[in-house]
Design a protein around this ligand. Structure first.
Ligand SMILES: Nc1ncnc2c1ncn2[C@@H]1O[C@H](COP(=O)(O)OP(=O)(O)O)[C@@H](O)[C@H]1O
Ligand SMILES: [Mg+2]
Length: 254
């Protein structure tokens, strides 16, 4: 397997106050092409900061390399999908939202734009919904459009920052399955942030745990056979590993 992302000695300090601390401390991580990585960790441990550095939104010390090239700014080889339902332009239709970044990046042909929008809407189960406006969509549908928009650019890495955290449990579970289906069909590499252990176990090929000190404390393959459910063999052990790690963090900060 070839590495699509290498993070070497990544340290991040926002330098916003004289006594500001290192949020990320000397993080090193290699992500292989096609991996689906989930990153778990307590609130405030730096998960968002880590993927913002990978996305190119932040400066940093150390190295972040995508296929060997240093990340300096956002680019279409890395797409970020957020928790917020309002990541679409409200004045554009679903289709135009998906097509906008394609147009900005030089896709001019109308038929091609139509085809790409329809193809990606189909992937997220929204075929035929291209002419709706964001206000006509549920939260779950908006997140699916955001995913379609990200996929349409065929990025090398998709960075997802708790994209399903604001959804009800049922919709969340459906979208997890949808994402796993997409992963089966498409050649994608995903880094998915969550603070939900079950979500990490359901989605991740590999699961990382970040501590409050801004370090990766656990980095393990997910050995539970898919489809993962709480009654799957090995689920209890894996769940306990991460549950204890999270509660251990809580003890540390008392
Ligand atoms: N732009 C910023 N400026 C200063 N501090 C920040 C900024 N963004 C995040 N932080 C701080 O960095 C720490 C980690 O935040 P974040 O990466 O959002 O954590 P998580 O996503 O794990 O909840 C927090 O203490 C937060 O207050
Ligand atoms: Mg966060």
């Amino acid at each position: 397997m070839s590495a699509v992302l290498e993070v070497k000695g990544l340290t991040k300090n926002y330098q916003d106050t004289p006594d500001s601390r290192d949020i990320l401390k000397d993080i090193s991580l290699t992500v292989n092409h096609g991996e689906f990585i989930c990153i778990l960790g307590p609130s405030g441990c730096g998960k968002t900061t880590l993927i913002r550095c990978i996305a190119g939104f932040e400066d940093y010390e150390g190295e972040v390399l995508v296929e060997g090239k240093r990340v300096k700014r956002p680019d279409i080889d890395r797409m970020m999908i957020f928790q917020d339902f309002n990541q679409l332009f409200p004045w554009k239709t679903v289709k135009k939202n998906i097509q906008y970044p394609l147009k900005v990046n030089g896709v001019k042909d109308k038929d091609e734009l139509e085809r790409i929008a329809e193809e990606n809407l189909k992937l997220v189960g929204l075929e035929g919904k291209g002419d709706l406006y964001p206000h006509q969509l549920s939260g779950g549908m908006k997140q699916r459009v955001a995913i379609a928009k990200g996929l349409a650019l065929k990025p090398k890495i998709i960075l997802m920052d708790e994209p399903f955290a604001s959804l009800d449990a049922m919709t969340r579970s459906k979208l997890q399955n949808r994402l796993l289906d997409i992963k089966e069909k498409e050649d994608i590499t995903v880094i998915f942030i969550t603070h939900n252990i079950q979500e990490a176990l359901v989605l991740g090929d590999r699961i990382l745990f970040m501590s409050k000190q801004g370090k990766i404390k656990i980095d393990t393959q997910n050995t539970i056979a898919r489809p993962v459910s709480p009654v799957s063999e090995g689920y209890g052990e894996m769940w306990k590993l991460f549950h204890d790690a999270l509660w251990g963090e809580d003890e540390d900060t008392k």
